[in-house]
Ligand binder design. Sequence first.
Ligand SMILES: Cc1ncc(COP(=O)(O)O)c(C=O)c1O
Length: 509
Amino acid sequence: MPDGFPVPDPELLEIADAGRSRSSLERLGAAIWTEALDWVYGEAMVRPIQRDSYPDSRRRFFGPSNEPAPAPEVGSPSDEVLAEFRDRVAPMTFNAQFPGAFSYFTPPPLAMSIGGEVLAQWLHQGVDVWHAGPIGAFVEEEVVGWLRDVVGSGAGSWGVLTSGGTMANLMALAIARDIHLARILGSDGPPRGAALEGVRVYASDQTHFSVERGLDILGFPGGTLQVIASDDRFRLRAAPVADAIAADRAAGLTPLAISAVAGSTNTGSVDQVVDLASLARSESLWLHVDAAYGGAARLSPRDAARVPGLELADSVTVDPHKWFFQAYDIGALVVQRRDDLRETFHRSPEYYASSRPEDQPLNWYEYSIEGTRRFRALKLWMSWKHLGTSGLAALVEYNDDLAAYLAARLRDAPDFELAVEPELSVVCFRHLPEGWDRWPAGRLDAYQNHLQRALELDGAAWVSVTTLRGRTCLRAGVVNYLSSTAEIDGLIDALRRLSEGVLEDLDRR
Ligand SMILES: Cc1ncc(COP(=O)(O)O)c(C=O)c1O
């Protein structure tokens, strides 16, 4: 590097010269780690989320202009950058580590996972063509093998890490289109354009939005997704899907796939995957299971039976940045047949021609929509090595038990209503203040919304809100291994304590 670049802390750039730079890099590393721990103990353990509303947060971060600032023309020394992080970024977070944070699906990341993320960034393996990240390719192959074991897919199966569940669902639908629809239609190549008309994919009303958006992105016309009503516990059953398939066949349409969810976003409900798998087999349909959240239950010999049948699916989404307690981002797609993945995504750019094709290196770009991917596997590999399958399973079981404790407390309380028995660790419920049954329509829904915001401001705990069959509910995603029964009790106490103020507030409106 030439001397005299006009940058602050040039020794942080001149890393080729250990004598000049190593001690500064060590200082920076220690300062960053200290900053992180100051945030953990000064923010994350204090409250679940910053309190400001969106407009107030926005003004606080952007300042009087209320708009993003231009890029800095001139740099600042690293200690000033860290000070700005401390002042402007650290106090404005959602805090997954707060023991009373019962989030969407944001479990606190394991320390070893964060460590793996840091090391992966230093190693900077481009997981793409093998030469761009040799060890990245091997670690991913190994960790994907472990995920395939969790799913229970057999010999010949394969998988790939993704940015998350959305990408995994999109890729699964792309395979269903290019491999399975081609088979159904007897077409030579992957079906496109008019060939996608009249195709039908079946999913429940609890399916994650990425399935519908995926079909849209893949060129399927509107109406391709047939939304089937879930049962009283929000599960997709095989019988109504069989009826829909029969009606569609009679109308000359082309049933292609069933997209089940094992651990829905709303309630953690698990579709009847085993029955749906027999239906898919008898009707020659593709079966995709979105086990982005619920797949982790298969780590546990005790709780695996709550998510049965994943091994029967053609493709399965698992999202380790959900219930495997991984730092963002890491998702995964597992498929029964390796060739399905490769035939769908493989392209042959001339610049990736192998100098030693006889080595047959594993080039991960052949198996993904994405090109260069981060070395995502390392954090999962390191934290799995650290805790073992039994340790990860213990955290999942602990959350299932806490969710059961919350459900039991709500079931026993006259002023709460458990919306549905939890199948995993999501608990949806409503608070029912005195006299609620004489309220005008809509007031109980508005009350839940205001109660959620009051809890957020109070800071004792955090839950989200969702709508189940038109009714607003509070939703606790019990995916936090730092929570205990004390936080569950604290949540219930806080909701009761805040109720009166919320009612007064509603009356004033
Ligand atoms: C069941 C389910 N599938 C898919 C997704 C999408 O995952 P991601 O946000 O990692 O893309 C989610 C996200 O919450 C989910 O709950």
